[in-house]
Design a protein around this ligand. Structure first.
Ligand code: ATP
Ligand code: MG
Length: 561
């Protein structure tokens, strides 16, 4: 096996190979791609793959990538989504510059082109109902039948289409269809619908329109108007390509874009469908579109995943022509690799157990210096206050230690990270027999965490000073679903994981975190990566666990899996 060490920009996938060949052949003065979200929800990790591809190709070939809102369905589209989409793309690290467009910018031009088709005998107004159209369409094995309205005279079509626009007919009364071939083996070519009557105000065009173009009619023509050279979309549009080409060839469009399809991203334990994500939000099953369990870009950001990790993941899964399902662990692996390099280490105790160091002076405090990131010497160190009363993690102590439990136990010495060795002398319990405090002694000669006599405890624990600790609520996250293939049993909601969020109310963290802000993901030593959340309130910080430290994906790879 050879390892590809070329920088990502030079690593070719089949899309980049096509673009490179077009550039070599001198087919385009400039490479133009586009990312065309429908503003009917927030962007998810699948969109991130498409964004990285479209903006990445434009960057690699010195072109540009348009952001075009595919706002052709006013019933489902909202300004909130338009704003969120823009901020998510920027956060991911991409910039459309001045190339921000909307399909609705082209409504007048699209209308003129529809009339052009009618005049050439390439489109007609159909009075069949939606159900009848479906019935006439035929099936994969049977050809469709021509609509009785298919041979309407041109002038009648022009007149009816103008009156559809003027709002004379109710929703669903008529549609405009392309005159192609009701017997085509490709159902998309069986006189596809180009315009529908929709009496609904549009976020941008208001009440100006009573008809709206379908995706199939708006998309390719918008590409042509914008001079898009490579219109890259997911595989489900492959069967639409003949229609895409048919429309481009039957219209006087200003340029000749071409559509290429790649496999969409599918992830285990994840549902990537805006419609379903909207349902989770509307039914209150999550804390909103940016819930840290959501596969949305805003959710992953809130979870503490850095943009670089998401970009690396997109790079890692690559661009292919065959559908597959990617292990969620691969996303975690990419994110963990970035966080391991960049996240400052901090001390946080989730389930605190009090430790009193009997031979440490009452009221005494000293600063110990702890490296911010052992992987990154330039990250420096910070001062952490140490005092007589500390908190350690409850499960770092066992009164009767199990075999292979090397952490604290009666009579046993451990290292408190970057501070001192301590030995447990006594255990204090409450009336119910629950351990509430450990009485310990420390060895002053081990300051900094090393003994002059070279003795080495088998365990090193994290800790926080009781007098300096800052209270925190920590939210632990697990997969949103209980199975890797949610919905495969027939009911997506039944597969929701009731344990996907665990709130730990009584955590305590070191004082340097008092002003921690969202976006600054840290590692709580020995526990995982945690992201400050905007829900933090005076006196209580809120942290989301982004990831544990355990890397299951690396293990799978090591096993050759
Ligand atoms: P969803 O099915 O989640 O609602 P969509 O395809 O309807 O998504 P759009 O807003 O139309 O959402 O998507 C914008 C672009 O993102 C499209 O070009 C689409 O092909 C691409 N895209 C959507 N989902 C994925 C995915 N899972 N993997 C890669 N690209 C995707
Ligand atoms: Mg879509």
């Amino acid at each position: 096996m050879t390892v590809d060490t070329s920088p990502p920009a030079e690593r070719a996938d089949f899309i980049r190979e096509i673009v490179a060949a077009d550039v070599r052949a001198g087919r385009h003065a400039m490479i133009v791609t586009r990312f065309p979200p429908e503003p009917n929800g927030y962007l998810h990790i699948g969109h991130a793959k498409s964004i990285c591809l479209n903006f990445g190709v434009a960057r690699d070939f010195g072109g540009h990538c348009n952001l075009r809102f595919d706002d052709t369905n006013p019933v489902k589209e909202e300004q909130e989504y338009i704003d969120a989409i823009q901020s998510d793309i920027r956060w991911l690290g991409f910039d459309w510059g001045e190339h921000l467009y909307h399909a609705s910018d082209y409504f007048e031009q699209l209308y003129e082109w529809a009339v052009h088709l009618i005049r050439n005998g390439d489109a007609y107004v159909d009075d069949l109902s939606a159900d009848e159209i479906r019935e006439y369409r035929g099936t994969l094995t049977e050809p469709g039948r021509n609509s009785p309205y298919r041979d309407r005279p041109v002038e009648e079509n022009v007149d009816l289409f103008a009156r559809m626009r003027a709002g004379e007919f109710p929703n669903g009364a008529r549609v405009l269809r392309a005159t192609i071939d009701m017997a085509s083996p490709n159902i998309n070519l069986r006189d596809p619908v180009l315009y529908r009557i929709v009496h609904a105000p549009h976020p941008r065009t208001g009440d100006a329109w009573n008809i709206y173009p379908t995706y199939d009619f708006a998309h390719g023509q918008s590409d042509a108007i914008e001079g898009v050279t490579h219109s890259i979309c997911t595989l489900e549009f492959e069967a639409h390509r003949p229609l895409y080409d048919w429309l481009i060839e039957h219209l006087p469009v200003p340029s000749r874009p071409r559509q290429y399809e790649f496999a969409r991203l599918n992830l285990t334990y994840t549902v990537l469908s805006k419609r379903f994500l909207l349902r989770l939000v509307e039914e209150g099953r999550v804390r909103g579109w940016d819930d840290p369990r959501m596969p949305t870009i805003s959710g992953l950001r809130r979870r503490g995943f850095p943009a670089e990790g998401i970009r690396d993941f997109a790079e890692m899964v690559g661009v292919t022509k065959t559908d597959s399902v990617i292990e969620y662990g691969q996303l975690e692996y990419a994110v963990r690799s970035v966080l391991n390099r960049t996240a400052p280490r901090r001390f946080g105790v989730l389930d605190p157990l009090k430790v009193v160091i009997e031979n440490y002076p009452e009221g005494g405090v000293e600063d110990v210096h702890v490296p911010n990131n052992p992987e990154e010497p330039t990250a420096g160190s910070r001062a952490v206050p140490f005092s007589r009363e500390l908190w350690i993690e409850r499960d770092d102590f066992m009164e009767e230690p199990a075999p292979k439990f090397f952490r604290l136990a009666p009579g046993r010495e451990v290292r408190l990270r970057a501070a001192y060795f301590v030995t447990c002398q006594d255990v204090v319990k409450d009336a119910d027999g629950r351990v509430v405090e450990l009485r310990c002694t420390y060895d002053p000669a081990t300051r900094g965490g090393d003994a002059p006599d070279g003795r080495r405890p088998k365990a090193t624990l994290h800790w926080v000073s009781a007098a300096h600790a800052v209270p925190a609520e920590v939210r632990l996250y697990d997969h949103l679903y209980t199975r890797p293939d949610p919905g495969a049993g027939g009911d997506l909601l039944a597969d929701l994981n009731p344990g996907s969020e665990t709130v730990v109310p009584g955590a305590l963290v070191e004082p340097s975190l008092a002003d921690a802000q969202p976006g600054e993901t840290v590692q709580f030593e020995r526990l995982g990566y945690f992201a400050p959340d905007a829900d933090s309130r005076p006196g209580v910080l809120v942290f989301n666990r982004a990831l544990t430290l355990k890397d299951t994906w690396a293990k799978v790879q090591a096993r050759g899996g």
